[in-house]
Ligand binder design. Structure first.
Ligand code: SAH
Ligand code: SF4
Length: 391
């Protein structure tokens, strides 16, 4: 028996091709897309405007399946976190953050991550594998329709949408899982699927410069860049990928991206680490960096300061609140819009860098090491290595 095709893996064009293979007209693809992504259907029998013969054909060849939910927790502040099984002992997280006028879903793109930032517990797990399109878009599919179910809201394009914004800020580096990430993005934007505007979908990257350029051509959504440091020596020690793509190149790539981006600024994320990157001098150096003093590229930007979520092995501490506020003030005094991220869902470990470590299967080390070697050949020998913080 041949394996069933998971229709969540297919983008609109692929769905047209798939319908063609079944001897069906292209408009069937549009109907399917709507049933799947607007009505949350997983059962072909529910697709009442498709001919019975087509429904029967699909039932024997295809399926609509998101990763299975391992756990589902709701925090006292309304944040909801799902842990999803992506097979072979790997799990990823999806987090829903409700706010006054919007609902944001934070999704993962890889199980583990090879970049190995010093302050990130996902990075500390090493890299397991890339998620498929179905596993990425399946997080949005599952979450949207679970949320509607919980509230008793009917599915359908007129149904009240629960998820208005998506951020790729969960586990993994989206630009190192490029093709599936872009396909999933295209589904998010498609009017027959989720119809989100490009401004409401944000990809967060640690700075894979060539892929930032590629994304600007393939699917320019809003961009967040994990900066975390004001100079190369410090960033090398926190985000090892900086050795391959240093700040000067990263700033130039950000500026190029803005020519195609749906917003006129880049969001720089900056994880506040006590006594590591949080002094007044760092703030001033940061201003010089993003304003292009000293010959670099100036980048129109906003800052999002993230209080570090500590985990035991990191050996790092969260900056205290007055320090974070003082740091923000220096940036704001220089005319840079700066926000301090509220920590949400602390009681269910839904914060950044706390993701899914507990269910990781640690027996597959060899496979992960092999993948790491591949990345090191591609990005240099320090890729994914922990380098001690030097200031
Ligand atoms: N790999 C991508 C997206 C996932 S990480 C990236 O690095 O941008 C999403 C954000 O969470 C990044 O800005 C990352 O630096 C931040 N982060 C990771 N671990 C953290 C921690 N322990 N505390 C606070 N922020 C963290
Ligand atoms: Fe990977 Fe992002 Fe964590 Fe760095 S911060 S290790 S890039 S997930």
């Amino acid at each position: 028996m041949t394996a069933l095709t998971n229709l969540l893996d297919l983008d609109p064009a692929q769905l047209v091709a798939y319908c063609g293979e079944l001897g069906e007209k292209p408009f069937r693809a549009k109907q399917l897309l709507r049933w799947i992504h607007q009505f949350g259907a997983h059962d072909f029998d529910a697709m009442t405007d498709l001919a019975k013969s087509l429904r029967d054909k699909l039932a024997t060849r295809a399926m609509i399946a998101a990763p299975a939910v391992i756990s589902d927790h709701i925090s006292t502040d309304g944040t909801r976190k799902w842990l999803l099984d992506v097979g072979q002992g790997n799990a990823v997280e999806t987090v829903f953050i409700p706010e006054e006028n919007r609902g944001t879903l934070c999704i993962s793109t890889q199980a583990g991550c090879a970049v190995n930032c010093r302050f990130c517990s996902t990075g500390k797990q090493g890299f397991s594998r890339n998620l498929t399109v179905g596993e990425i878009i399946g997080q949005l599919w599952m979450a949207e329709f679970e949320l509607r179910k919980s509230k008793g809201i009917e599915p359908g394009h007129k149904g009240e949408r629960q998820i208005t914004n998506v951020v790729m800020m969960g586990m993994g580096e989206p630009l190192l899982n490029y093709e599936p990430t872009v396909t999933a993005l295209k589904l998010m934007l498609d009017d027959n699927a989720y119809g989100l505007s490009r401004r409401r979908v944000t990809l967060s990257t640690s700075g894979v410069v060539p892929m930032i350029d590629k994304l600007s051509q393939d699917c320019a959504v809003a961009m967040a860049v994990s900066l975390h440091a004001s100079n190369d020596a410090l960033r090398d020690s926190l985000v090892p990928l900086n050795k391959k793509y240093p700040l000067r190149e990263l700033m130039a790539a950000c500026k190029r991206y803005l020519e195609f981006a749906p917003r006129d600024f880049i969001t720089f994320e900056y994880c506040m680490l006590d006594d590591v990157n949080d002094t007044d001098a760092h703030a001033r150096e940061l201003i010089a960096l993003v304003q292009g003093h000293g010959g670099g590229t100036a980048v129109p930007c906003k800052f999002n300061l993230i209080p570090f979520n500590p985990f035991p092995e990191s050996g790092l501490k969260r900056s205290n609140n007055p320090r974070i506020k003082a740091f923000a003030q220096i940036l704001m005094d220089a005319g840079i819009v700066t926000t301090i991220r509220k920590t949400r869902g602390d009681d269910i470990d839904a914060a950044c860098g706390q993701l899914a470590g507990e269910v990781q299967d640690r027996t597959r080390v060899q496979e992960r090491m092999q993948k790491m070697t591949e990345y090191q050949q591609k990005f240099g020998k320090n890729f994914g290595r922990i380098i001690e913080v030097s200031q």
